[in-house]
Design a protein around this ligand. Sequence first.
Ligand code: DGY
Length: 324
Amino acid sequence: MKKTVLAFSRVTPQMVERLQQDFNVIVPNPKQGDINAQFNEALPQAHGLIGVGRKLGRAQLENAQQLQVVSSVSVGYDNYDLAYLNERGIMLTNTPDVLTQSTADLAFALLMSSARRVPELDAWTKAGQWQATVGAPLFGTDVFGKTLGIVGMGNIGAAIARRGRLGFNMPVIYSGNSRKTALEQELGAQYRSLDQLLGEADFVCLVVPLSDKTRHLISHRELALMKPGAILVNISRGPVVDEPALIEALQNNRIRGAGLDVYEREPLSDSPLFALSNAVTLPHIGSATHETRDAMANRALDNLRSALLGERPRDLVNPQVFKG
Ligand code: DGY
């Protein structure tokens, strides 16, 4: 008998078609009423879940007694209660690697647009305000040759560092749990404590996963350590930054600006950030390119398929629960 897969966020028709080759597929449909109710009703039948952006833990999964795998179409897995999944022997998979370059591109886009005030000046031009040559009040800050600080030198951090070092001649400093000696040799990157990095970097890019250790890693004290002309870029997870503290620092021009893709509460609505010309706000689009989202979907499908067919999935987050 075919196993059942339940989608917990939007999945493309192509994904459904691929899944249907091996499984019964249930996709909650907003046209048929409340999708949360449909999801909860289908849970007891589900052997596999696939999707992104839904918190899944004890309260949500108690009725999913047949569940074998949760396949997340994301690299980050802070939405899932890993301890609970382990306790239940449920596999969790993610989609690393395939989004590294597009996410690093976005970090750089935020860095550049904050430094050169691109969204602000675009809006200004379109509002018909360009009557004379732009003067100092609208000048930006240089990127080339400035110091790039990477907080969390994983694959994405390294991809951002390469862009900075090789494309913009930026000295790279980094902080994190461990020294990356190969990268130090490749890029001349230098290790710093977080406090040292904050005091030295012209651009601080946050690329750490969200955990109890990194929640509010950047708050009032850390923002106060940053240079007055520095720009903070966050492409990791919103709660890594104490958002009210950042808003205060931006309102007081304590730092020059921030380029943000992630927020403490998403979707972001009605935020004081909207009134700040020194904040560039994007809607969590680090991996949102056609190529990358297709690659992530395929990777998540492969992981789900392997898990439900008894093979070890390629991107298994909790290998200890695999019963091969
Ligand atoms: C990821 O893959 O973790 C992206 O941030 C999308 O959630």
